[in-house]
Design a protein around this ligand. Structure first.
Ligand SMILES: [Zn+2]
Ligand SMILES: [Zn+2]
Length: 270
């Protein structure tokens, strides 16, 4: 598998699906083509892939990880940091040591403590931070937005959105079991809704994508007064701090000190 002619630097806390969308946008091709050329196409099937397994958001085996890193000009560590599995070192529901979920597919399937079939998002974060590369391809779809206790963007002081303002679909909901919907669509940019347009068409005709701009400010669900927002920001900062690599080694739970990591976690993470 040859390296791509150009790649991108991963953004802070970016998911692998978000990275694939930005890379496809940069190279002017489809996400399916990127999957094929980076070794993420499910094996054995000729031609362009029609789905990206949901479990690839969580974990890539050694061969997939090495090939993807080589093709995208990244280090294996940079690729690993785009997956959900490393969050398991501080987040039990993503750690096989604390759940009966022994395989990546089982970790993702119906895990009520991880948003695996949609995500929350912050519209201003998706817009990007004003740098030329983010102006062109958008900001990161962030890993932490997949965890239920991340409900607020501390930077922009707003509750996270979870639905498309155009069609109402849950953001980044999979289609036909693929972690990226409409893999062969090269007309959508990374911050557009990829859900099928909500209209009645004959079943044999493929529906158009909704295409709504998710960076567009949707009407807030309810105005929060400044005191409430300040309290929520404080709670969110505390929870995010506990999840952060290098965060405190223990916290208080039910009045007693409780470790935030375990040597077992790191050892048994896949
Ligand atoms: Zn934000
Ligand atoms: Zn939509």
């Amino acid at each position: 598998m040859r390296s791509l002619p150009r790649s991108l630097d991963p953004l802070t806390d970016e998911t692998i699906t978000g990275f694939v969308l930005r890379l496809a946008h940069r190279l002017g091709t489809t996400p399916a083509e990127i999957l094929l050329r980076t070794g993420l196409a499910p094996g054995g099937n000729p031609g362009l892939p029609t789905r990206l397994p949901l479990s690839f958001q969580y974990h890539l085996d050694g061969a997939h990880l090495t090939v993807f890193a080589r093709a995208t000009l990244l280090t294996p560590a940079e690729v690993a940091d785009m997956l959900l599995a490393p969050l398991g070192q501080r987040y039990g529901p993503l750690n096989p040591a604390f759940t009966p979920r022994s395989t990546p597919a089982r970790m993702i399937y119906d895990n009520p403590w991880v948003l695996t079939r949609s995500t929350r998002y912050c519209p201003p974060c998706l817009t990007g931070n004003g740098t030329p590369i983010q102006n062109r391809h958008g900001g990161p779809w962030q890993r932490l937005w997949r965890l239920p206790m991340i409900f607020l963007c501390v930077r922009h002081q707003r509750l996270l959105a979870h639905q498309c303002p155009g069609c109402g679909a849950l953001a980044k909901s999979p289609h036909a079991g693929s972690a990226i919907a409409r893999l062969s669509d090269d007309a959508l940019n990374p911050w557009q809704c990829r859900s099928a347009e909500a209209r009645s068409v004959p079943a044999e005709q493929p529906a158009h994508a909704c295409g709504a701009d998710l960076t567009r400010e949707s009407a807030p669900a309810g105005e929060l007064d400044s005191a409430t927002m300040a309290a929520l920001v404080q709670v969110q900062r505390h929870l995010a701090g506990l999840l952060a690599a290098g965060g405190p080694k223990s916290t208080t739970s039910a009045g007693a000190p409780s470790p935030t990591t375990s040597p077992i976690c790191a050892r048994r993470s896949p």
